[in-house]
Design a protein around this ligand. Structure first.
Ligand SMILES: *Cc1c(COP(=O)(O)O)cnc(C)c1O
Length: 437
């Protein structure tokens, strides 16, 4: 594993943000989600500064489902990002953390009436329409509230980006969005343009996640732009915004080769502008992207304490840690791969290959299938880097495991962002069983 961000080795111990992992363990316990705040801010600035082109409002919309809490919302707000929400719960967290509602994009393939009302009440800036039924529902609820809303229509260009099948989203049978070649799509667009309740401002597209080749995004932009041009020609639609989604791939383990974000993003913004101008989309004002994992994953690590070491009759020996699929379900859900180090003995020679098992009651609760490590002992600190995205946000209380604490570290300062969940926290909604008289 390479040391990234502010990671450094001092006396054989891993330091992040100027603080040793032993200190962090002592102060906050394990499992612990550690965020390298400087690395995170630099990554956000890399996106903001490079996804830029003259004459257009270039927006970076943080895909909040990757990692969402008050501290994170306030951080991305301070750095000028927009943000998306997919549920009433995400919307509530984002608004309660002080994000201006006009910076929110509200997504969802099955937006509930209650969620739409909450969004209307707050004054959410843009709604992303997923289907005909979703549009009709949105328009109805907005009409009841007497509000006009700004919409983008989510379209699928049918690009099969090479990625894991569970996180590839624009095939023709996709759960999300509407195929550009669906015979009903032009009728829908005409209906939307005629609807006084809505302002159809443009299109949205998201081709999938963990896409490691930049060319797919250029293909996506090209097909969305030519579709937009057709709609503008055929129906006089004023295409003001194109939101081309996220999915920019990240490094998890050996073999992953993400493209260089900085040069990709500046080329991408220029390409979209040039292509849109070529196609005569003269009303275009804003272009947006929606990165999630590419913003947060690399700056997040998870720290565990090693407990038992178990040699089974066959297969690699296990080392068990004090967390597992309750704090990181991705290995079990997507066969996701990661790396690990013994963070309290960083330079010790690698002597063994282990399976890293969690402590939950599932055979699939294996965080790493093969980790080359020094001979591990109870009390060692195992750190899994590149675990910032879709870990905490997908965590659960399975086996009544409390969710980890989340701490941001920078320049020798540690700031607790989310407290560790206690046993009592997990019982807060439980009620007593009362026997009938
Ligand atoms: C999940 C999602 C994203 C972010 O995907 P990443 O792989 O985390 O960048 C962006 N837009 C939409 C609509 C999504 O569903």
């Amino acid at each position: 594993m390479d040391l990234t961000g502010t990671m450094e080795e001092k006396n054989n111990e891993l330091f992040i943000g100027g603080i040793g992992v032993k200190t962090l363990k002592e102060k906050y316990g394990t499992p612990l989600q550690i965020i390298d705040q400087k690395a995170l801010k630099e990554k956000i600035s890399c996106f903001k500064d490079n996804f830029q082109v003259d004459g257009l409002d270039c927006r970076v919309v943080y895909a909040s489902k990757a990692f969402l809490n008050k501290y994170m919302v306030q951080l991305v707000k301070s750095l000028g990002l927009h943000i998306d929400a997919v549920s009433g719960g995400e919307l509530y967290t984002i608004l309660a953390s002080g994000m201006p509602a006009e910076r929110i994009y509200f997504h969802g393939n099955n937006k509930l009436a209650s969620e739409i009302r909450e969004a209307l009440e707050a004054g959410v800036g843009t709604y992303v329409v997923d289907s005909i039924a979703d549009y009709q529902h949105l328009s109805e609820v907005a009409a009841e509230a007497g509000q006009r809303i700004r919409l983008l229509l989510r379209v699928n260009p049918g690009i099969a980006a090479e990625t894991h099948q569970y996180i590839q989203t624009t095939t023709e049978d996709s759960k999300f969005g509407m195929s550009m070649t669906d015979s009903r799509i032009e009728g829908l667009i005409q209906d939307m343009l005629a609807d006084p309740q809505v302002d159809l401002a443009g299109f949205h597209c998201h081709i999938g996640s963990q896409v490691l080749k930049g060319n797919f995004f250029f293909e996506e932009a090209e097909s969305v732009i030519s579709f937009a041009k057709k709609m503008s020609e055929n129906y006089g639609m004023k295409v003001q915004e194109l939101n081309l989604g996220g999915g920019f791939g990240v490094y998890y383990a050996e073999g992953d080769q993400p493209f260089d974000y900085a040069s990709f993003l500046s080329d991408y913004a220029k390409y979209i502008k040039t292509e849109a101008a070529k196609q005569g989309l003269s009303e275009l004002q804003a272009i947006s992207i929606e990165p999630g994992r590419s913003l947060i994953n690399a700056s997040g690590s998870t720290l565990y304490t090693v407990g038992q070491v178990k040699v089974t009759k066959a297969g690699l020996p296990f080392i068990f840690v004090d967390g597992g699929m309750s704090d990181n379900i991705r290995p079990a859900l997507y066969q996701a791969e990661y790396e690990a180090v013994l963070a309290n003995r960083l330079k010790d020679p690698v002597q063994a290959t282990y399976r890293v098992g969690g402590k939950l009651c599932e055979s699939g609760d294996v965080l790493l299938k093969a980790a080359a490590l020094p001979e591990a002992e109870a009390g060692d600190l195992l750190l899994m880097p590149n675990t910032g995205a879709y870990t905490y946000s997908m965590s659960s209380n399975y086996n009544r495991m409390g969710r980890p604490a989340v701490v941001f570290v920078e320049d020798g300062k540690d700031r607790l962002a989310v407290k560790r969940e206690t046993y009592a926290d997990m019982m807060r909604n439980d009620l007593s069983y009362e026997m009938d008289e």
